[in-house]
Design a protein around this ligand. Structure first.
Ligand code: EPZ
Length: 423
């Protein structure tokens, strides 16, 4: 298994290109199942997770071509050959579960493994299943599988989510576009990835209005046609590099990053004393000398501070001149990076869903590992700003969501390299 070795202390200077968003791409890939015509995704990230989704779609009968040079994925689901997503595929990547809605809407039935919990929390899918039931699907859970059927088609419904869920909002949209009649989603998630999915579905001939607000209205259509759609820039990738530049110091342009999608993070960065400017080509992050200031924040659904940047922001605040409080309100177990950051000398006290970070003037490199994607990259950020060598193990977590991470950072002056296990 590969690992990443970092010698900390070098500031970051240069330009980092931001690719398409993983968490949008995966749902856009699932949307490819909805049409018998080709759906073409541009600005696709090339990640372990998106490759994995590609394999799953291929096993369902989708013809797929990946054109690396242009970062274009062409999906053609002329016919659906299988409606089963087995345990081994859903267990390895939860987003695989998102094929259920499109299969149900297009073919009228599907058998998809329940995803189960993961390192950051229990992550049930009850809201997804209740929404499909409200649209007339019969759902049975048997031997770890969701067996869903709507043999005479799904019907539009009014669905009010009891709390905000990105996955349930997207998954319901993916089914409702082909349902008979109107669907109204209340208390819908407002993430940019939801508006991106709606844009793609509308380009395919769907009628989705209000995506990006808490009420989404969908008028079902009988079929969808092919379309070409560029994946929205990854705000979590951009935010991660912004926090890396803030921690290591320097001057970095995040090319393609969308200022308007990163407002909550920008507020925290500015409060910490980091300079953030919107430019025509993206977002510029600058910090020269001195310690960052402590900041309190809590994670919330968009437009609040994203849970997917909490670990990375914690890594920055480990160096602050004072005490910061961080509350995690989305997932119940998302502080696993805290004990690993402590291995570098960070002072973090976790109690329940709150972490108190007492900043220290410096961290010292050490071997570390983490159990999820964002936690792993927070250790890279800490390593970039720490003194000496940090080795981040279990790099496969990073490869799920960050493409060419070490190359992008090295191009800005970081001393970072990937090492093969045998070294
Ligand atoms: C998406 O997960 C993202 N994943 C996550 O990114 C992200 O952290 C999360 O949204 C929040 O922004 C993908 O897009 C693939 P939720 P999702 O449904 O959709 C509970 C990363 O690192 N819930 O908004 O699963 C749930 O347990 C990943 O890239 C239910 O109880 O998140 C959580 O506590 C990690 N029942 C809360 O809601 C349900 O049916 C919000 O989860 C659904 C969710």
């Amino acid at each position: 298994m590969d690992r990443i070795a970092i010698t900390g202390g070098a500031p970051l200077n240069g330009t980092i290109p931001i690719y398409g968003a993983k968490n949008s791409a995966l749902k856009l890939q699932a949307a490819g199942l909805l049409s018998a015509e080709p759906v073409i995704l541009e600005n696709m990230p090339d990640l372990a997770d998106t490759r994995f989704m590609t394999q799953l779609l291929a096993s369902l009968g989708v013809e797929i071509t990946w054109i690396k040079e242009t970062r274009t994925l062409r999906m053609h689901a002329a016919e659906i050959a299988s409606t089963i997503a087995p345990y081994d595929q859903v267990r390895k990547m939860r987003a695989s579960f998102n094929v259920l809605g499109p299969l149900l809407a297009r073919v009228g039935h599907a058998t998809v493994s329940l995803p189960g919990g993961c390192a950051i929390g229990a992550r049930p899918v009850d809201l997804h299943l209740k929404a499909f039931e409200a649209m007339g699907a019969d759902i049975v859970i048997e031997q770890g599988y969701v067996k869903a059927a709507a043999l005479r088609g799904l019907k539009g419904a009014e669905i009010e989510f009891p709390f905000v869920s990105v996955g349930a909002t997207e998954h319901t949209m993916l089914a409702a576009v082909l349902a008979k009649g109107d669907t109204v989603l209340k208390n819908a998630a407002r993430e940019p990835e939801i508006a991106d999915l709606a844009d793609c579905l509308n380009a395919m001939g769907a009628k989705v209005e209000g995506a990006g607000t808490s009420e989404i209205n969908i008028t079902g259509v009988t079929s969808l046609h092919g379309a070409k759609h560029p994946v929205v820039a990854d705000r979590i990738e951009a935010g991660t590099y912004a926090l890396a530049a803030a921690a290591a110091g320097g001057n970095v342009l995040l090319q393609g990053a969308r200022f308007e999608h990163l407002q909550a993070l920008i507020k925290v960065l500015r409060a910490a004393g980091v300079q953030v400017d919107a430019e025509a080509r993206g977002l510029r992050i600058q910090r020269n000398g001195g310690r960052v200031q402590p900041v309190d924040f809590e994670t919330e659904p968009y437009p609040g501070f994203p849970t997917d940047l909490q670990a990375q922001a914690m890594a920055l605040l480990c160096f602050a001149d004072g005490q910061s409080r961080i509350r995690e309100t989305i997932f119940e177990n998302r502080f696993m990076h805290a004990p690993e950051l402590a291995r570098l000398g960070a002072q973090i006290a976790v109690q329940g869903n709150e972490a108190v970070v007492t900043g220290v003037p410096k961290l010292l490199g050490a071997p570390v590992m983490a159990t999820d994607l964002r936690a792993s990259v927070s250790l890279v950020i800490a390593g970039l700003a720490a003194e000496g060598e940090t080795i981040v193990n279990r790099v496969y977590h990073l490869d799920r969501g960050f493409e060419r991470l070490e190359a992008k950072l090295a191009a800005c002056g970081a001393q970072i390299e990937r090492q093969k296990e045998e070294q």
